[in-house]
Ligand binder design. Sequence first.
Ligand SMILES: [Zn+2]
Length: 277
Amino acid sequence: MASLTLKGKVIISGSVEAVTGLHIGGAAAGLDIGGIDNPIIRHPVSREPYIPGSSLRGKMRSLLDRHFGNEANHDIRREEPKVRVHVCDNEDKYSNCAVCQIFGVTPGERERRSWSQLKPARLLVRDVHLAADHEATERLRRAKTDLPFTEVKWEAAIDRITSAAVPRQNERVPAGAIFAPFELVYGIYALNGQGWESDVAWLQYVFKAMELLEDDYLGGYGSRGAGKIAFRNIHVVCKPHGYYEGKKGLETLAENLTVAELQPQAYAERIQKLLQE
Ligand SMILES: [Zn+2]
C-alpha cells in the first residue's frame, strides 16, 4: 500500500488585472439579460463577473502543454466541438511530465491505471472575484457601463461572398478591472516517504505558466484584443507540514512582486531546506 504524506504547501496569491477587456464566457444568451450573443460568466448570487479557477487553471495547463510540445492524445469531448488534451499514457512518461505532475491525470485515467508513483494533482486554483473594497471595483460599480460591470462590444462578422456584415455582441469586463485575491495552492507530497524533492522542482513550472499567460490571453477573443491579464502584488509563502500542527511558522518567500521579479530557483532552494528540517 502506498502512503501519501503532505510535506508542505506553497501558496501563491495576489491580484489579477484585466489589462484589456476580458471575456470569460458564461451560458449562452441568458433570458434575463436581453439575449446578449456572448455573455460572460457571473456569480449566480452577486451577479458580479469573476474568473473561475477552472478557466485560469485550464489555460495554465494548455500553455505549459504547448511550451513542452505535449501531444494532445486524449479526447475529453468526442462530439463537436472536440476537446483534446494531453494526458500521459504510461508511467515512464508521467514521471517526467511537468504538466501531468502539476495538473494531474483525468479521473477516468486514474481509475484505469495502477501506477505505483501516481500522486494527486499538486495545483489547485481558486475562483477569483472582483477585488472587494478596491477603487477599481468602485469605479466599475459607478461607471455607466452597458450592463452591470461590463461593456458590450459590437463586432461584425463579414460574409465572404456577399460582404454583408452581421453584427454580434460580445460582453466584456472593461480594462482596468482588478480581481483579487487569486490563490494558487501547490501541495508537496512524499510517497512512501520519498520523492517530495521532485515536487519542489516541478513548482518552477507554475511560475512559468504565469509568465506564459501574461503573454497570451485568458478567456475568449484573445486574437481580437481581449484577455490580456497581469498578475500583481504577488506573494509566495511556504507552509511546512509542522505549520498545520501549530509547531512551525510559515515562511514568506516573496512579497508584492510582479511575475518578472519572481525567483523560482531561489524559492525552490529555500523550500527544500525548510522541508528538510
Ligand atoms: Zn503528461
